[in-house]
Design a protein around this ligand. Sequence first.
Ligand SMILES: *Cc1c(COP(=O)(O)O)cnc(C)c1O
Length: 410
Amino acid sequence: MTQTPPVTRQDFDAVMAPNYNPAAVIPVRGKGSRVWDQDNNEYIDLAGGIAVSALGHCHPAMVDALQAQSEQLWHLSNVMTNEPAIRLAQKLVASTFADRVYFCNSGAEANEAAFKLARRYANDHFGADKHEIISFKQAFHGRTLFTVSVGGQPKYTEGFGPVPGGLHHVPFNDLGALKAAISDRTCAVVMEPMQGEGGIVPATAEFIQGVRALCDAHNALLIFDEVQTGMGRTGHLYAYQAFGVAPDILTSAKGLGGGFPIGAMLATEQVAASLVVGTHGSTYGGNPLACAVAEAVIDQVNTPTLLAGVMTRNQKMRDALEALAAETGAFREIRGMGLLLGAEVSEAYAGQARAFLTAALEAGVMVLVAGPNVVRFAPALNIPEADLDQAMERFAVAVRKVVGQSTAAA
Ligand SMILES: *Cc1c(COP(=O)(O)O)cnc(C)c1O
């Protein structure tokens, strides 16, 4: 057997495009909510690969589904259909507002499909003038040129122009601003029910209801980007179910595959009808391996017990974070839904959320940031409560260290 030489973090800088700056350690193994690096250091994972690992690492039901499918059929393309794709679509339709599903491979692709469908639908029913898309400041919808342009963070489009036209951005949770911007030229309004990358900012119930009403008044489609909030993340299968407001189109990815790449666009019958044969597609979309894994994920997630467990864990984490905020003064607000929580740093640590992430990793717990001021948590939905307790203890150690250092420096 030939021995491959070990690779290191330094090798990354030699061969990878410089668009990422990953942590100094390289994880090699994960089980449940624990991860081990090349040196066998152990971490508790409260990041979940950015709200992806809904059931933790190497969940037996997912491993079984992947192994079984890997011995049956890997790929055919969309010239043929396959059993896992049809079954997964049936499950998504049975559990949501949607009648139709389109599969792709990522969140950006799901949104790309949603935006194209919204334009096509408006074109079919109202004519080409109805093509404007309204989205919200601080929104994130992916990194393709169309999706970054619809997203509300100018830093992601800088230098990539010209960008697609007909796009408007208004402040989130500001119904007056939307009312001023929407018109009969608007084909769709797209929003995250809770902004993820933008800092863990939930929509208010009044806002989300008002957006629906404005869309209806102007024959505009309402698109919910649930790439981050979907698949049980908020304690509901999809977050819109907490608000009692259904969209016309919904996009899902991240947790849907639990770590295997897949995206989906869900739509009503009437809207999906505009995506006639030949209008859109993807070579890998609906791949049997991805759909078999996602089917195992939805079977595990979409149960009253698991979803109730998300709420229990939400309270536990909130209590721990509130106590830590009171003790250290590091955080001014703890917010979020289900197991997608944010701790906004207080004035003294403005712009320094990443310092808490770095200290947390050193203390053996993986967390995320959402912008410069928010530490974000997206653990597995089934994280054992003992792991969660231990993770919060480790995070407390990290926060006390950051606070102590800044006190010492002052
Ligand atoms: C992550 C994310 C996306 C992009 O998903 P990718 O799989 O990275 O393309 C889109 N929308 C939201 C809300 C997200 O959180």
